[in-house]
Design a protein around this ligand. Structure first.
Ligand SMILES: Nc1ncnc2c1ncn2[C@@H]1O[C@H](COP(=O)(O)OP(=O)(O)OP(=O)(O)O)[C@@H](O)[C@H]1O
Length: 456
């Protein structure tokens, strides 16, 4: 039978008992630590996360009351509220065992141990601890992922030759665990590529966790990425897993990675090198296993030259680099995407007869699309909403002029401006939402609502 990947701690003052227990448990569990002195527990627990702890009831010579065991049980639970402790009681100490269970022990074993019983009890408690951790991880993931559920991530559309190497790279890299850096202007589809790599990857059944580093306030960076323990700072009301830990086993997408400050870059680099993350307020590093995909619209070679981006971090994240060409150089794609969005929005807004005439297509094709596919998408949505006739002509696309003060355009522009304003204010006030809301003259609840609307 293969050994279970478990980390067990036995605390027992009788060295012979300790030796035998270790021998027995080693047959079934990966790591078995022993300790004779419970006073060393705090230091041990600070450094290591044990899956199961076997705790004796009495340590001082001549002590039989079991009070020492109960004392240390409380101490263990103070240090780690999630600890799974099995109490070792002497025959006849059932009352004490019941008391220990009330305090928070998971089970008890009566000494002298029978080999089979010892293994079975530890294994049961280990499985319980593992499922609890799994549930906790799923809950954290659920919180992070629910924001994505309503969003549809379409297939990538292109027939342009310049996109062929991109599709090829996606296919080649997807099945590996290589770190990928996606470069390209705003709106060129970097997130879509990241999701496509994930969809074709071996980790497709595990989560895809996105962190938008561009809108993350400096003060929230560590807590958001690395997590924190309850009480680590004023607002830390409970333990919280960071995105790196939540993404463990799956894929982490770091969007706008070029926006990190040099301090943040060093912190991220340390974590990526060690493959371990230590939540704020904890000394216990947690192993992480992530496939990292990063994206930026910044020319990283330029910021490396100026010293704003660390070369060693770049080497970590860009095992494979995929550069997305801007829409203006993807021959044939404007028409293809325009038709695609026309169909999409015509059906959404119940204008199914709508078509694009030649003059419209020509105008769209000649426009340089600085906002790339996202801009084309919004342009098509706006045109469909505003259309009165069944045919869209060049006049329905006021691309070369200042945007028309139409209602929808205004709404779209206003939204974009408001989003940027909020982003700036949050960044300026380092995540202090009360101050950010104050500055913008809105209440905190309104700010929350708007942050939700803009997907922060
Ligand atoms: N090839 C494509 N086919 C269809 N839709 C696309 C394509 N590329 C991008 N899109 C759409 O364009 C929009 C912008 O794409 P995405 O968010 O992936 O771009 P981005 O490069 O990550 O943008 P930013 O740099 O602003 O974060 C999305 O709605 C996406 O679905």
């Amino acid at each position: 039978m293969p050994k279970l990947n478990a980390n067990i701690l036995i605390i027992e003052d009788d060295e012979d008992v300790l030796y035998t227990a270790k021998l027995v448990l080693k047959q079934r569990f990966g790591e078995v630590h022993t300790e004779t002195d419970p006073k060393r527990l705090p230091r041990l627990l600070e450094k290591t996360a044990f899956d199961v702890i076997l705790l004796d009831m009495n340590f001082s010579h001549g002590q039989t009351s079991g009070n020492e065991g109960l004392f240390w049980l409380r101490e263990i639970l103070k240090l780690d509220s999630q600890a799974h402790v099995i109490m070792n009681t002497a025959y006849g100490d059932i009352q004490l065992a019941v008391e220990a269970m009330k305090i928070g022990a998971i089970d008890f074993l009566v000494k002298p141990w029978e080999r089979e019983k010892l293994i079975a009890t530890v294994e049961n408690v280990f499985q319980l601890s593992r499922s609890k951790k799994e549930v906790q991880k799923l809950k954290s993931r659920e919180k992070v992922i629910t924001g994505d559920i309503d969003k549809a991530f379409p297939d990538m559309i292109s027939r342009s030759d310049v996109m062929a190497p991109v599709f090829e790279a996606i296919e080649k890299v997807a099945k590996t665990d290589a770190n990928v850096l996606i470069l390209g202007e705003n709106g060129t589809g970097k997130e879509l590529v990241a999701r496509e790599i994930y969809r074709q990857s071996l980790r497709a059944k595990e989560p895809f966790i996105k962190v938008d580093l561009g809108s993350l306030a400096e003060s929230l960076f560590e807590s958001e990425l690395f997590g924190h323990k309850k009480g680590a700072f004023t607002d830390a009301k409970e333990d919280r897993q960071g995105r790196l830990e939540i993404a463990s086993g799956g894929t982490l997408f770091l969007d706008e990675i070029g926006n990190l400050t040099t301090t943040q870059q060093s912190k991220l680099l340390t974590v990526l090198q060690a493959r371990q993350v230590t939540p704020i307020g904890s000394n216990r590093p947690v192993d992480i296993d992530i496939r990292l995909i990063s994206a930026t619209n910044i020319q990283l070679d330029q910021v490396i030259e100026s010293g704003e981006f660390r070369q060693d971090l770049l080497y970590r994240i860009n095992t494979v680099e995929i550069t997305l060409p801007p829409l203006r150089s993807r021959t044939g794609d404007v028409a293809l995407l325009a038709e695609h969005y026309l169909n999409l929005y015509a059906s959404k807004y119940n204008k199914r007869q709508l078509s694009l005439n030649k003059s419209a297509l020509k105008k769209l094709d000649q426009y340089p699309w600085p906002g790339n596919i996202r801009e084309l998408q919004h342009t098509m949505e706006r045109a469909v909403i505003m259309a009165d006739a069944t045919e869209l002509t060049a006049d329905d696309f006021p691309l070369d002029k200042k945007p028309q003060p139409s209602l929808v355009n205004e709404v779209l522009q206003k939204d974009e401006m408001e989003k940027q304003l909020i982003q700036k204010a949050i960044k300026k006030w380092e995540g202090n939402l009360t101050k950010a809301a104050d500055e913008m003259g809105m209440g905190r609840t309104t700010l929350y609502r708007k942050m939700k609307k803009y997907g922060f």
